[in-house]
Ligand binder design. Structure first.
Ligand code: NAP
Length: 288
């Protein structure tokens, strides 16, 4: 990769950044297309976030990804925020404009694009059960509602967090949203009812690979799609059990790749080459 005075940088901003796959993915895209860009991780302290975002814009960064824990807070320091990101209540992508950065959210759209492209799955006439009510659940449930899903159920340990998402979706989009806690009887009914079950909790993520959302996998069966948005490990215990019950399954690498591809399009106006990227990221994860 050649770096010179014309190289346009793009950053990922978060804290802690840990082992992020985004630099590997985006630098692969830039190299493949011969673009003079570089993608770099920047760990920022919360009290410096405003200055950091202003600084990136002044330095002419074409854009940035924003990750945990700044996806909500960053919205305060932007010139504009897309309607979808505002509805989700968080940004994961900044795009340079002459007035300041514009905020976008590609998490939900990336999740759905992955399902459309690689699973031929569409939300119309479907019912979703979402486990967890954090930032990713908010992005995913908003996009499913915007794209016409029939019904969403959100199951969360802390009911009030699910209630906040439900209220926003019902009032702004009109899709019916039911909320439940981890109570077995209700969960079983909702699992039986769902076409797609999405784990957005960190239960099962490395190093706690024996953990699992509290779903008895005996309730699962053929015809259901089970997605775990965790990608490390590539096969969580939850996904492995769902697969053994005959469900179609997908891990979180698809969401990661497609949210990245959509961010890349915002920055460059080009579609990144997706061939080979999954293998590249899997190899990195298996070696980590
Ligand atoms: P978050 O905002 O912190 O939300 C986490 C949710 O999980 C909360 O609703 C929380 O419940 C629930 N939870 C956490 N620990 C739990 C436990 N021990 N028992 C029951 N529920 C628990 O996190 P997030 O940003 O949505 O991310 C969640 C996961 O998605 C992480 O594993 C992250 O790595 C992954 N992720 C993947 C992608 C991708 O591209 N594939 C993108 C973003 C995130 P309470 O409300 O009760 O606290």
């Amino acid at each position: 990769m050649k770096i010179d005075g014309k190289t346009k940088p793009i950053a990922i901003v978060g804290n802690p950044l840990g082992h992020t796959l985004s630099p590997l993915m985006h630098n692969y895209f830039f190299r493949s297309l011969g673009l003079n860009n570089i993608y770099i991780p920047l760990t920022v302290e919360e009290k410096e976030l405003s200055g950091a975002i202003k600084g990136l814009w002044s330095l002419g960064f074409k854009g940035a990804n924003i990750t945990i824990p700044f996806k909500e807070k960053a919205m305060e320091y932007l010139a504009e925020v897309s309607e979808e990101a505002r509805l989700i209540g968080a940004v994961n992508t900044l795009v340079w404009t002459p007035h300041g950065f514009r905020g976008e959210n590609t998490d939900g759209r990336g999740f759905l694009k992955f399902l459309q492209e690689e699973k031929r799955w569409l939300p119309r006439h479907k019912k979703a059960l979402i486990l967890g009510a954090g930032g990713s659940a908010r992005a995913i449930s908003t996009i499913l509602a915007l794209k016409g899903i029939d019904k969403i159920t959100i199951a969360n340990r802390t009911l009030v967090k699910a209630q906040i998402i439900a209220d926003k979706i019902v009032s702004h989009i009109g899709t019916p949203v039911e909320i439940i806690n981890w109570e077995e009887k209700k969960l079983k009914k909702m699992v039986n009812d769902a076409d797609i079950i999405i784990n957005t909790t960190p239960l099962g993520m490395k190093p706690f690979i024996d953990a699992c959302p509290p779903i008895n996998t005996e309730w699962l069966g053929k015809g259901q799609l089970v997605v775990d948005i965790i990608y490390n490990p590539l096969m969580t215990r939850f996904l492995a059990e769902a697969f053994s019950k005959g469900c179609d399954t997908a891990n979180g690498l698809g969401m990661l790749i497609y949210q990245g591809a959509l961010a890349f399009e915002h920055w460059t106006g080009q579609k990144p080459p997706l061939e080979g990227v999954r293998e590249l990221l899997e190899k990195e994860l298996l070696g980590s």
